[in-house]
Design a protein around this ligand. Structure first.
Ligand SMILES: Nc1ncnc2c1ncn2[C@@H]1O[C@H](COP(=O)(O)OP(=O)(O)OP(=O)(O)O)[C@@H](O)[C@H]1O
Ligand SMILES: [Mg+2]
Length: 331
C-alpha cells in the first residue's frame, strides 16, 4: 500500500531469564552452570499502520507492549520476523532511522537529571543536527502549548511528574519527527495533567499529521486520542480495529433511563429487564441484538407520559475488561 508507514511482519522476541535453583547448593551450582529459561515477550505480532494514523496499544502488564515499541524504535532487534518503517529496518539502520522518529517512555526520562531542561534540549539539537530555524520554531511552540516556560530552566530532579513528562514529550519532538511512540506518557498523572497531554497528542496528530502509537492502561487516553486500537495479550494480538468498531461490535448491553411523570406500573417487555428507581425513574436494560432501542422508546412514549430519558452505552473500558475476562469472543 502506498501510504503504509509501518509494516510489522510476524515479530517475535524472547528474553533469557536466569532461573535460580533454591538453597545454597543450588546457588553454588548456578555459579558454574547457570540455568536459563526463555520467556516469550512478543509471540508473532503483525500489523500495518498508515501515515497519519493514531493507534492505541493496550494490554495487561507484561503483555509485550513495551517490547514491541522497543523493537519498532530500533532499541531491540526481533528474534524473528521483519519490521519496515518509512523504508528503514529500525534495528539495522538505527542512525538514519532515529531522525524520523520520537520516543517517549513515561517510566523513564531521557533528559539529564541534573541539567536544566533547556540545556538538555541544546544537546539534542546537536545530536540530531536540528537546523536552527526548526529548533527555534519547535521550542517556542512546544513551550507554549505545554506551558513549560516556568520550569524550562530547572533540572529534571526539581520537576513534578507532570512537568517532567511534558519536558520529555517536547524533547522527543524537537527534531520534527513524523512518527512518535508514546509508551505510557500519562502514567501516574492526575486527570488534569493527563488531559493536557492527550490534547497535545491529539494536536500533533490531527494538525501536524504526525503518526502516533500510544501505549496506555487508561482507556480514556485511547478514546480521546486514537481512532484505532490494537489489543495484545501474552505477546499475541487479540484485537485490531477501529475504536468505534469495538464499541459498536461488542458494546451490546444498553441501558435506557426514563423519568416518568407518575409512578406507572410498567407492563413487562420481552427481553428487557426493568428496574424501579426513586422519583418515578426506571431503568430498562437490554441487548441491542434482540431489542431495538428506537421501537422501545416509541413504545414507551406511546403508552406513558415521559419527563426525561437518556441512553447509557457501555464504555470502551468495560468492553476491554470483558475481552480480558473472556466474555467476548474475538474472531
Ligand atoms: N529486558 C528484559 N529482560 C527480561 N525479561 C524482559 C525484559 N523486558 C521485558 N521482559 C519480559 O517480557 C514480558 C513483556 O514485557 P513488556 O515490558 O513488553 O510488557 P508491557 O506490555 O509493556 O507491560 P506493562 O504494561 O507492565 O508496561 C514480561 O514478561 C517481561 O517480564
Ligand atoms: Mg510497558
Amino acid at each position: 500500500m502506498k501510504d503504509t508507514l509501518i509494516k510489522v511482519d510476524n515479530i517475535k522476541k524472547s528474553f533469557k531469564i536466569n532461573k535460580r535453583a533454591n538453597g545454597l547448593p543450588g546457588h553454588i551450582a548456578n555459579l558454574f552452570v547457570p540455568k536459563y529459561e526463555m520467556r516469550k515477550a512478543v509471540d508473532g505480532i503483525n500489523f500495518e499502520i498508515k501515515k497519519g494514523e493514531a493507534v492505541g496499544f493496550i494490554g495487561s502488564n507484561g503483555a509485550g507492549k513495551s517490547t514491541t515499541i522497543k523493537m519498532l524504535s530500533g532499541i531491540l532487534y526481533p528474534d524473528e520476523g521483519n519490521i519496515e518503517i518509512a523504508g528503514f529496518i529500525p534495528y539495522k539502520q538505527r542512525k538514519a532511522y532515529v531522525s524520523n522518529i520520537g520516543v517517549v517512555f513515561g517510566q523513564k526520562s531521557q533528559l539529564s537529571w541534573d541539567l536544566p531542561i533547556i540545556d538538555s534540549y541544546e544537546l539534542l539539537k546537536h545530536i540530531y543536527k536540528i537546523p536552527y530555524e526548526t529548533y527555534e520554531k519547535n521550542l517556542k511552540q512546544f513551550t507554549e502549548l505545554l506551558d513549560m516556560s516556568s520550569f524550562i530552566e530547572q533540572p529534571v530532579r526539581q520537576l513534578s511528574l507532570g512537568q517532567r513528562m511534558r519536558a520529555d514529550i517536547a524533547a522527543s519532538l524537537l527534531h520534527s519527527p513524523n512518527l512518535v511512540f508514546f509508551d505510557e506518557p500519562t502514567i501516574g498523572l492526575d486527570v488534569v495533567a493527563k488531559e493536557r497531554i492527550r490534547e497535545f497528542i491529539r494536536y500533533i496528530n490531527r494538525e501536524k499529521g504526525i503518526t502516533i502509537i500510544f501505549t496506555t492502561h487508561d482507556m480514556q487516553d485511547i478514546e480521546k486520542t486514537c481512532s484505532r486500537l490494537i489489543l495484545i495479550d501474552k505477546g499475541k494480538k487479540l484485537y485490531d480495529d477501529s475504536v468505534n468498531g469495538l464499541l459498536e461490535k461488542y458494546s451490546t448491553q444498553r441501558k435506557l433511563k426514563v423519568e416518568f411523570e407518575v409512578d406507572y406500573n410498567i407492563e413487562p417487555i420481552e427481553n428487557v429487564v426493568i428496574e424501579n428507581k426513586e422519583n418515578n425513574k426506571k431503568v430498562f436494560s437490554f441487548s441491542n441484538q434482540n431489542v431495538s432501542i428506537k421501537s422501545l422508546i416509541s413504545d414507551l412514549m406511546g403508552r406513558y407520559e415521559i419527563k426525561d430519558m437518556s441512553i447509557e452505552e457501555m464504555d470502551i473500558e468495560s468492553v476491554v475488561r470483558k475481552i480480558y475476562e473472556g466474555g467476548i469472543k474475538i474472531s
